[in-house]
Design a protein around this ligand. Structure first.
Ligand code: FAD
Length: 317
């Protein structure tokens, strides 16, 4: 029996949670532990993705809810059979999983890209060295096993499941561990196609030379209805906001087409985009590591190649 922890974001189940449901339903009828206000629409979405049951943790106003959620799950685990609890590799999920690990005295394996269950044995796969090697780890401790899974490890797919049973769970007092309140939150304004769901992504790196040249990336993206991405180098340089960062400490993406311009292809960048279906790289250095994952490589100056690409794309539309 697998449980999936899902946090509510902007009134909807976090997408990574729906991805994990795709995995969990291959192991039986999964239970979702849902942290958020919830609604009929939310629960119907969870059922549509295969949830048979929802344990609904309702956070108190302004409370972070994280310590209380971990305490609640620890209590639920004591009363119900559960072998595996899946979390997404997100800030909230990491926080809840870590506290739950401490409460249950169980190990937690993070950064997983796959989880395999064979009888009572659970094996977790991690990528290391930029995804060039895989490491399998099995739990020796008794269940429940706690695993944090990277976004995009599975594809979220509705299966037309019926409405799940929903049980409201009171959040227990978590003592001083829960004494923190959210006093304000800021949602970065998102415009145009987003990295998480765009079919095409155009990413710029330091090879663009200056912040104002990121306009070239936007000009390529526009006729393709693509999302725009960035390397950490240009995020750190303040050229674009962190929300655009692709890689180990940014977003993991798997678009149909990923165009990388002026990007060296450092391991920490590759780990976030190497599973894209088609990778096109433009770099003036033919030895750049990005070419090792590229399906199509253009050795050239971005200031020469991108304007011609923009011209060709605009002539087409
Ligand atoms: P550079 O490595 O400087 O590469 C620029 C490239 O542009 C070069 O290959 C050069 O040949 C090419 N170039 C230069 N001029 C031109 C031109 N005119 N035309 C064409 N090509 C040109 N990085 C990420 O991206 N995402 C992450 O999430 C991330 N997380 C990290 C986490 C940790 C713990 C650490 C230590 C690092 C992380 N990094 C991450 C940073 C990473 O190691 C690299 O420093 C970064 O990806 C490099 O960005 P870049 O390719 O834009 O710049």
């Amino acid at each position: 029996m697998a449980w999936v922890f899902i946090e509510e974001t902007n009134g909807q189940p976090a997408v990574v949670g729906l991805e994990l449901l795709a995995k969990a339903r291959s192991l039986g009828s999964p239970t979702v532990v849902y942290l958020g206000t919830g609604s009929d629409e939310v629960f119907s979405t969870l059922g549509d993705h295969g949830a048979g049951e929802v344990l609904h943790l309702v956070p108190q106003q302004a409370s972070m809810g994280i310590a209380q959620a971990a305490a609640a799950i620890a209590q639920l685990v004591a009363d119900r059979p559960v072998d595996l609890i899946l979390f997404g590799q997100t800030y909230t999920d990491r926080d809840v999983a870590g506290r739950l690990s401490s409460r249950l005295d169980r190990p937690v394996i993070s950064n997983a890209v796959d989880v395999a269950v064979d009888g009572e044995s659970v094996t977790v796969t991690n990528e290391v060295f930029g995804g060039t090697q895989l490491v399998d780890t099995t739990f020796d401790a008794p269940a429940p096993h706690i695993v944090l899974v990277r976004p995009k490890s599975y594809a979220a797919e509705p299966v037309g499941g019926s409405a799940p049973t929903v049980t409201a769970v009171q959040l227990p007092d978590a003592g001083h561990a829960g004494d923190a309140s959210v006093t304000g939150s800021f949602a970065e304004k998102a415009e145009g196609p987003q990295l998480g769901d765009a079919a095409v992504i155009v990413t710029g790196g330091r090879g663009l030379g200056a912040a104002e040249h990121y306009a070239l990336i936007e000009a390529v993206a526009s006729p393709l209805n693509a999302a725009t991405g960035a390397t950490r180098a240009i995020v750190d340089a303040g050229w674009v906001p962190y929300a655009k960062q692709v890689g180990q400490t940014g977003k993991t993406v798997k678009p149909d087409v990923y165009i990388a311009a002026g990007v060296s292809g450092a391991m920490q960048h590759l780990v976030g985009m190497k599973d894209s279906k088609i990778i096109i790289a433009i770099n003036k250095d033919e030895e750049a590591p990005i070419f090792s994952v590229a399906d199509l490589g253009v050795v050239g100056d971005v200031h020469h190649v991108l304007p011609r690409l923009i011209e060709a794309l605009n002539a087409r539309s």
